[in-house]
Design a protein around this ligand. Structure first.
Ligand code: FAD
Length: 332
């Protein structure tokens, strides 16, 4: 395997070459790459949210910018500055060891801190925007540094400006979060409550909630180190209430979560399962046997195999339910 191969750098274990893989330890390293005029450039963190479908005619910047620093605090909260190359779960563990709340529900999400704002990572009733303060990024075409505050980022459900109009334009170097010293826990998500009850924990701490989340995730989600995957492959579609009502007439057992008076979210996993794709396998591409939303590489699937299998799922769901599934994963 060539040293520029991306296989060790993506959790779907796609075998693809690149023009070069350049570790980035500081902002200065980014400026040096820009002075050398290496182009085009792409950025990778933990590679847990990309499906690489072909050799990359690009230099890949591997974000390794480290550091977690408290830069301000008062009686209630602290402002922390985190290097974009820090591992997200390690940041959650750091927050717990400092008794700071706000991200405990996001324990065990793979990947790096710099990618967290990209799709506004979320799980168990929390999204990173609830603790987000700002970030620093370098404009790759102009070589200038810029701060983005919450309102600049246009966060949404698995969305931000960095997945849309600013796609590929910036490398995020640091992210600032506000964590709480007197944190109000969010255990509204049913599975967390059930787990805490099972463990007979009546007054949970931040650490108890994180441990409950870790335990739920370990029992539900395949470990990419054992079965290569990128977590949820598609977003949960949002439909109008009138569409939902029509679907409920035909499929009374359909699962949905109201968003407001006009729209509801339908779990993509339910749609995929009921379109007959749960545990299905075509060659080495498939969905996980316990989790229809997780596409897995059972061995030597290529990016094209994975993409074509994903397309079969999209077609199957569209044909049966008239709903189009949009990938959550970034396709390279
Ligand atoms: C088992 C499993 C479970 C998961 N569970 C969840 C979950 O519960 N919730 C959730 O939201 N996600 C989940 N994910 C998806 C994934 O972990 C997150 O999206 C994570 O934030 C990706 O981080 P990464 O460093 O691996 O990103 P990468 O895959 O390396 O990159 C993702 C995208 O962000 C860009 N990018 C990365 N770093 C930077 C940077 N510093 N500057 C600019 N652009 C950058 C890349 O170019 C790419 O387009 C899961 C994935 C797996 C494998």
């Amino acid at each position: 395997m060539s040293e520029n191969n991306l296989l060790p750098y993506n959790t779907m274990r796609m075998n693809a070459d690149s023009k070069g893989i350049i570790p980035i330890y500081s902002e200065r390293d980014v400026f040096e790459v820009l002075v050398e005029q290496l182009s085009p450039l792409k950025i990778i963190g933990g590679g847990s949210n990309v499906l690489i479908t072909q050799d990359q005619d690009a230099y890949i910047l591997k974000n390794e910018i480290k550091g977690i620093e408290i830069i301000d605090e008062d009686n209630d909260k602290v402002l922390i500055k985190v290097g974009a190359g820090e591992n997200w779960h390690q940041l959650v563990m750091w927050s717990i060891s400092h008794n700071l709340g706000g991200i405990e529900n996001l324990a065990l999400i793979p990947g790096c801190v710099g990618a967290a704002p990209m799709q506004n990572i979320g799980a168990y009733g929390i999204e990173q925007e609830s603790v987000f303060h700002s970030l620093s990024a370098i404009d790759l075409s102009e070589g200038t540094t810029r701060s983005f505050f919450k309102e600049d980022c246009k966060f949404g459900y698995r969305e931000s400006i960095f997945k849309n109009e600013c796609k590929g334009k910036y490398i995020i170097t640091h992210v600032n979060y506000i964590l709480s010293k007197n944190h109000k826990l969010n255990t509204s998500y049913g599975a967390i409550n059930n787990k805490l009850e099972e463990l007979e924990i009546a007054n949970p701490s931040i650490s108890d909630v994180a441990n409950a989340v870790i335990s739920i995730r370990q029992s539900k989600l395949p470990d990419p180190k054992i079965i290569p995957n990128t977590g949820s492959f598609f977003k949960n579609p949002i439909v109008s209430i009138s569409t939902l009502k029509t679907l409920e007439l035909k499929y009374p057992e359909i699962v949905s979560y109201p968003i407001d008076d006009e729209a509801a979210k339908i779990p993509a996993a339910w749609l995929i399962q009921h379109a007959g794709f749960k545990g299905k396998r075509v060659g080495d591409a498939g969905t996980h046997k316990n989790h229809a939303l997780v596409l897995v590489n059972y061995g030597n699937a290529s990016g094209e195999d994975m993409l074509s299998f994903a397309k079969q799922i999209q077609d199957g769901v569209a044909e049966k339910f008239g709903i189009s599934l949009e990938p959550e994963v970034n396709i390279w």
